[in-house]
Design a protein around this ligand. Structure first.
Ligand SMILES: [Zn+2]
Length: 285
């Protein structure tokens, strides 16, 4: 590159190391592969793990979509997209899910299903689901290898005893391929079933914690639950038992964000802005 920065910012050795870690992560679904997370020109916690995956994977003919909580326009998404545009000359970026080959996301999985030729990269703050029950990483590694998740199940059981239900709203522990339990990043429960049998490869990058893990395509992903207390997603029904609709596009099938408008009214809107716009376009005909 003319400005002296390597294509996609990272040096070629770093990209190769990340790609090798990705291959290992795909081979052992749900296993947290350690890697030497690089310093990026932004604070850890701003998606550096996801960004390093994106930069190691992006190449000619790729089209990148970056979303934060479902929106292409939030500050985090805009800045990450700008950084990729700056350091990857010739790469296309898009807000349309259908046009994207690579999707980097924080806190959401897109509303519409992904295709087999797409890769979803999720930014992860805390990669280990066991961290809430075991502070020692050495011990957690042994528990993962033995698929010993009894303490996690006890934690869920305690929730049921105290609150009559499992209260975890985000980062819901999910068993991948019948063995490793992952922290699926702070996606809502609504998105957890989308991990199961996905067409697309889903990658997780934790920059600060230096871990990469994967849910390969057509792999099982089961949210942890009990036979008599099954897993359930957020429900968007009103007091009359009717499913709430998005105020912009009218969809009754999407994950909704709730906020208060200027009149002080409680209103609901699709969290996936691209999905919402496309629904509105369809309605206009
Ligand atoms: Zn909508």
């Amino acid at each position: 590159m003319s400005n002296g920065i390597n294509f996609a910012f990272l040096d070629e050795y770093a990209k190769r190391e990340i790609r090798r870690s990705v291959i290992k992560a795909i081979c052992i679904p749900g296993y947290q592969v350690p890697y030497s997370s690089r310093e990026m020109p932004m604070g850890r916690g701003f998606g550096t793990g996801g960004l390093q995956l994106t930069l190691a994977l992006i190449g000619a003919n790729d089209s990148l979509k970056v979303i934060d909580q479902g929106s292409d326009d939030s500050v985090n998404a805009v800045n990450l997209r700008k950084f990729v545009e700056m350091t990857c000359p010739g790469i296309d970026t898009t807000t349309r899910l259908q046009e994207a080959t690579l999707i980097q996301s924080r806190h959401r999985i897109p509303e519409n299903s992904l295709r087999a030729d797409q890769i979803l990269v999720l930014q992860v703050p805390y990669p280990d689901a066991l961290v809430i029950v075991e502070p020692s990483e050495d011990k957690r590694k042994i528990m993962h290898s033995e698929a010993d998740y009894s303490r996690l199940l006890v934690k869920l059981y305690e929730d049921i005893v105290k609150f009559d239900e499992i209260t975890i709203s985000h980062r819901y522990p999910t068993r991948i391929n019948g063995h490793y339990i992952i922290d699926p990043s702070p996606i809502p429960r609504y998105d957890v079933p989308k991990l199961h049998n996905s067409n697309a490869l889903i990658l997780f990058g934790a920059g600060r914690e230096k871990k990469i893990y994967a849910v390969p395509p057509h792999c099982s992903a089961e949210p942890l639950a009990f036979d008599d207390v099954p897993f359930r997603v957020e429900n968007f029904t009103d007091s009359h038992g009717e499913r709430r609709a998005c105020k912009q596009c009218g969809s009754r099938e999407s994950f909704l964000d709730e906020f208060i408008d200027e009149q002080g009214e409680r209103v609901y809107q699709c969290s996936d802005s691209d999905y919402c716009e496309q629904q509105q376009e369809l309605a206009r005909g």
